[in-house]
Ligand binder design. Structure first.
Ligand SMILES: *Cc1c(COP(=O)(O)O)cnc(C)c1O
Length: 550
């Protein structure tokens, strides 16, 4: 078959008359669904092409392509669905040229700016298997063994966090009245689910009142005599808590963001004070959030101290360990999570430091009956007493992502994950040490784990910077310089570092500092790659005229 010159042909390629056309649609569509040799033939051909795409994609070591967003978006401006089925060869060619070619190489060893990185090889064939089985984890009637497999995988991680007894796990692991954890699409939904459970438990049914779930927030606050409700946590809380506050009906202004110290940990004194003030103002504290690995700098809150405050106040304690949770695998680093076992709920992302594909978030519960407060039923499904996982979940239909989680825990194991975590942190320390010895850079915080924030200092300001005598104007210039540097590096596309903004106090005024942000999680990244990324930045910086910022 000859390929069309057009990248996205939407004319049919076989038929001549109207009649032939109708006949052919039926043929063609049936062919796509059949398990016949014909369908296998199409599948094999597509497989061959997409396998080639995958191999080329994974072997490309650049972080990015250099196409600019304006030219890219022009390629996607067609709002009409092709009338006839498109010939798959031309469609795949289109896909290769326009989508695959311009996708980010998240597995590149030089792509060290975000929390998304290389995946272990077993997930790719498993993804095919998962799609072939097409289980729907919402209910037992559409996901039989997989529902139990999911519960088993979640129990393994629950045990790592809470370390309850054998009999506890024997009792709850496959008990349909218990929820050790909920598998969701990501950390965002996990955090929202935790806050949802906390809210419904805090404002549950009592006497004649049916609970917030049935009567709504206004009635609940009224019944319990509160003036309003808040969630308290560090100012570096992930923005999914804004979504949670919004969805819970308390409003984002009632998400209380407490200042952090120089190590990006919540200020415990200020947190304690906030709890006292909320009490004095008759505000319900739905939950106190501890962050184990802030998204922007990896800072670890002191979980044990927060646990103490939450316990004293009898408030739900949630730990957002979406990023840092897997440190629990490491003998060397798990002490940074000390106190996590006192949390009422914990979020961990599978698609971050468990090295699993996108779409795996988890929320764990200390009390296996906490999630009862969000349970819903439907007559055609989600029956009471069933094993349907969807009855205690925000999401409805969802894929069998448990397959990856279960495989990861078995194929990588405790020791394997420990190695991955230790290596990431070791390499981050290497990068921090490099930065400290290079006059071009300034380290902005000692890393707690594998996130590093630093910035480039233009030559002319280095002496002043070392003496810590930069003025606000100097800092603004450095900010502009770093922003430009990061954008150019991204545009060139060979290596990649992200950027963030930190607020620091200097000379008594709060000033925003633009920081370069490295995330060292990719097992393929070596020390040499780290050198390359830093050298790329030095080369780029040398060509940025400082005069443009003055
Ligand atoms: C990534 C992250 C989230 C959000 O998780 P998603 O999987 O992106 O929804 C929440 N909290 C923290 C600390 C994170 O790092």
């Amino acid at each position: 078959m000859t390929l069309s010159k057009q990248e996205m042909p939407n004319q049919n390629y076989l038929f001549e008359t109207e009649q032939a056309l109708h006949y052919d649609i039926k043929e063609q569509v049936n062919q796509l669904f059949a398990c016949s040799s014909q369908a296998t033939f199409i599948e094999e051909q597509i497989d061959e092409i997409t396998n080639k795409f995958s191999q080329d994609f994974l072997s490309n070591l650049d972080a990015n392509t250099d196409i600019d967003l304006d030219s890219l978006l022009e390629k996607f401006s067609d709002s009409e669905i092709p009338v006839q089925p498109t010939n798959f060869e031309s469609y795949l060619k289109y896909l290769g040229n326009n989508v695959v070619n311009h996708s980010i190489h998240t597995s590149s060893p030089l792509f060290i700016g975000h929390m998304t990185s290389a995946l272990p090889c077993f997930v790719r064939p498993l993804a095919k298997l998962m799609t072939a089985m097409n289980q729907n984890a919402v209910k037992i009637e559409t996901a039989k063994a997989l529902s139990f497999c999911e519960r088993e995988a979640l129990a393994m991680l629950h045990r790592l966090i809470y370390n309850f007894s054998d009999s506890f796990y024997a009792q709850h692991i496959q008990n349909n009245l218990s929820t050790l954890a909920i598998l969701v699409s990501g950390g965002t939904v996990a955090n929202i689910t935790a806050v949802w459970c906390a809210r419904n438990n805090a404002l549950g049914p009592k006497d004649e009142f049916l609970g917030v779930e049935k009567e709504g927030l206004a009635a609940a606050l009224d019944f319990y005599g509160y003036k309003g409700a808040v969630i308290i946590g560090s100012e570096l809380m992930h923005f999914s808590f804004d979504k949670a506050a919004d969805l819970m009906g308390i409003g984002t202004h009632h998400l209380m963001r407490i200042p952090t110290d120089s190590k990006n940990r919540v200020n415990i004194q200020a947190l304690r004070q906030a709890v006292v003030e909320c009490r004095a103002q008759n505000l319900l504290i739905i939950g106190i959030v501890g962050v184990a690995g802030t998204t922007d700098s990896g800072g670890m809150d002191s979980l044990a101290e927060i646990a103490e405050i939450a316990q004293e106040a009898n408030v739900h304690f949630h730990v957002d360990a979406a990023w840092g949770g897997p440190l629990i695998f490491s003998q060397q680093h798990r002490h940074k999570l000390a106190g996590i076992d006192r949390a009422d709920s914990v979020t961990i992302d599978g698609h971050k430091q468990l090295y699993l594909p996108m779409g795996i978030g988890m929320v764990f519960f200390r009390d296996p009956h906490k999630a009862k407060a969000i349970e819903k039923q439907a007559s055609y499904t989600m029956r009471k007493g069933s094993f349907d996982l969807g009855k205690r979940a925000l999401e409805g239909s969802r894929p069998g992502m448990a397959l990856f989680l279960h495989a990861g825990l078995n194929l990588i194991g405790l020791k394997g994950y420990e190695f991955l975590i230790d290596e990431g942190i070791r390499k981050t320390q290497y990068m921090a040490d490099c930065i400290c010895t290079m006059p071009e850079f300034e380290l902005l915080a000692e890393p707690d784990a594998n996130l590093l924030i630093y910035r480039y200092i233009p030559e002319l300001l280095r002496e002043v910077a070392v003496k810590k005598q930069l003025t606000e104007t100097d800092n603004q210039l450095i900010n502009h310089f770093n922003e430009r540097l990061q954008k150019i590096q991204r545009k060139i596309g060979r290596s990649f570092i992200s950027r963030t903004t930190k607020i620091t106090t200097s000379f008594g005024t709060e000033i925003p500092i633009i920081a370069l942000r490295a995330v060292i999680a990719n097992p393929l990244t070596t020390e040499k790659d780290i050198d390359t990324v830093l050298n790329d930045q030095i080369q780029i910086a040398a060509k940025i005229p400082i005069s443009t910022f003055r």
